[in-house]
Write a protein that binds this ligand. Structure first.
Ligand code: PMP
Ligand code: GLU
Length: 396
C-alpha cells in the first residue's frame, strides 16, 4: 500500500529511537550506560501514586472525562500557574492533554494552514519541526549562536520573519542546551512578537528544574500584552517524575484552546482519567519530592559539568536548567579520526556501552546530548569510559 506523503516524510523521534536501541542492547545482556532519554529515574512520589489508587478504587477513574480534562484539574492547573508564576487564566482557558507533546501537536493542528511558518530556534527539541510539518506548516529554523548560549536574538528573528510567520517556539530552559532566556531577552522577543502578531509557543516544561541560583521566568509573566500573545505548553512528566502517566497541558486564548479541545474530542477523547486524578495531587499536594529531585539533578550537574568539559576537544556551556548537557564534540571527532558524530557515537556504544543521542536530530550535528536524569554512579562511569574511548582513538 502507498502510505500517506505525510508519513513518508516523517522523521521518527531520535531521542526515543536512541533510548529504544540502548534498551534493546541491555535486554540482550550488554552492559549499557544509558544517557539517552530525558526521563527522571525517580519513581512517581508516593502521595501521587496513592491519589491514583484512590481514584481507581472509588470508581471515579472508570469513565470518560470531558475532552478538555476534568474541571478540578483544569482549575488546579490555573491555580498552580497563578501561585508559582503570578499568571492569571480562567479554567476554561486550560486544556489537559496526553503529555505536553500532544499539546504541541494539537496546537499546531489548530493554528496552522498549509505553508504557514513557525520559527524554531536551533538547537531545538526533536519533535517541533516534525509536528509543524504534520500540520502542513513550514518550520523556519534560526540558529542560536554557541557564544550566545545558543539563544536567538530579535534581529535574527526579524531576518526570517515573513508574511507567513504564524508562531515562534521558545523553550526555556531548553532541551537540549539547558539554557534559560533571561527577563530582558524574553521582553525583547515578546515585544517583537506582539508588534508583529506572532503567536509565542512557550514550552515551559523544564521551568521548575533550574539549578545554582539561576532563575526561570515564563514568557507569559513578562507583561499582559505578551501573555495574550502566548500559548503556554507545560506538563507534569519532568517535574514530578511522571513521564509514563502522559499528562500535559496548554493555557492561552479561549479561541485557540477551544480549537484544541475540538481536535482532542475527535482524536483521544480525553487523557486517561486515572492520570488526571494523579495530576491533581501532583499540582496541589506536597511539593517536597520535587525539591528533593531538583537537588539531586543539581548535584549531578555540578559533578558532571567539569568532567565533561575537560574531555579532550569538548566545548560546553554550563547548563542552567533541564537535565541535559550538550557538548560540542567537533574537535574531539577530529582527534579521534571521525568525520561525523553518528559513526563516533555508534562506536562509542559498541565499544564502551555508553549510549548518547547525536546532535543531528536537534539541528546541531557537531554536538551530542547527554541526559543526567540517571544515577550518579552510571554518569561517572559513562564519562570515565568516554574519556578512555577518546584517548585510545586519539592515539591510533
Ligand atoms: N517539550 C520538551 C522540550 C520536552 O523535552 C519534552 C519531553 N518529552 C516534551 C515537551 C514533552 O513531554 P511530555 O509529552 O512527556 O509531557
Ligand atoms: N523529551 C524527552 C527527551 O528529549 C523524552 C523523549 C521525547 O519525548 O522525545 O529525551
Amino acid at each position: 500500500m502507498e502510505l500517506s506523503e505525510r508519513i513518508q516524510h516523517l522523521k521518527p523521534s531520535v531521542t526515543l529511537a536512541a533510548a529504544a536501541k540502548a534498551n534493546a542492547l541491555k535486554t540482550q545482556g550488554k552492559d549499557i550506560l544509558n544517557l539517552t532519554i530525558g526521563e527522571p529515574d525517580f519513581a512517581t512520589p508516593e502521595n501521587i501514586q496513592e491519589a491514583a489508587i484512590r481514584a481507581i478504587k472509588s470508581g471515579k477513574a472508570s469513565y470518560y472525562t470531558p475532552s478538555a480534562g476534568i474541571p478540578e484539574l483544569r482549575q488546579a492547573i490555573v491555580d498552580y500557574t497563578k501561585k508559582n508564576y503570578g499568571i492569571q487564566y480562567e479554567a476554561s482557558q486550560a486544556i489537559v492533554t496526553d503529555g505536553a507533546k500532544f499539546a504541541l501537536y494539537v496546537l499546531f493542528q489548530t493554528i496552522l494552514n498549509p505553508k504557514d511558518e513557525v520559527i524554531i530556534p536551533v538547537p531545538y527539541w526533536v519533535s517541533y519541526g516534525e509536528q509543524v510539518k504534520l500540520a502542513q506548516g513550514r518550520p523556519v529554523f534560526v540558529r542560536g549562536k554557541e557564544k550566545n548560549a545558543f539563544k536567538v536574538t530579535v534581529s535574527q528573528l526579524e531576518e526570517v520573519r515573513s508574511t507567513k510567520t504564524k508562531a515562534l517556539i521558545i523553550n526555556s530552559p531548553s532541551n537540549p542546551t539547558g539554557m534559560i532566556y533571561d527577563k530582558k531577552e524574553l521582553q525583547a522577543i515578546g515585544e517583537w512578537a506582539v508588534k508583529n502578531d506572532v503567536l509565542i509557543v512557550a514550552d515551559d516544561i523544564y521551568g521548575r528544574l533550574v539549578y545554582n541560583d539561576n532563575e526561570f521566568t515564563p514568557m507569559a509573566a513578562i507583561s499582559e500584552a505578551i501573555r495574550k500573545q502566548t500559548i503556554i505548553i507545560n506538563g507534569i512528566s519532568k517535574t514530578y517524575a511522571m513521564t509514563g502517566w502522559r499528562i500535559g497541558y496548554a493555557l492561552g486564548s479561549q479561541e485557540i484552546i477551544n480549537g484544541m479541545i475540538s481536535i482532542a474530542s475527535q482524536s483521544t477523547s480525553n487523557p486517561t482519567a486515572v492520570s488526571q486524578y494523579a495530576a491533581i495531587e501532583a499540582l496541589t499536594g506536597t511539593q517536597e519530592a520535587v525539591e528533593e529531585m531538583r537537588n539531586a539533578f543539581a548535584e549531578r550537574l555540578n559533578l558532571l559539568y567539569p568532567l565533561v568539559s575537560s574531555l579532550p576537544g569538548v566545548t560546553l556551556n554550563k547548563p542552567q536548567g533541564a537535565f541535559y548537557l550538550f557538548p560540542n564534540v567537533k574537535e574531539t571527532l577530529l582527534m579521534c579520526g571521525y568525520e561525523n558524530v553518528t559513526k563516533w557515537a555508534e562506536d562509542l556504544l559498541e565499544e564502551t556501552g555508553v549510549a548518547v543521542v547525536t546532535g543531528e536530530g536537534f539541528g546541531a550535528p557537531e554536538n551530542i546530548r547527554l541526559s543526567y536524569a540517571t544515577n550518579l554512579g552510571t554518569l561517572e562511569e559513562a564519562i570515565r569510559k568516554m574519556a578512555y574511548f577518546i584517548e585510545s582513538k586519539s592515539q591510533n
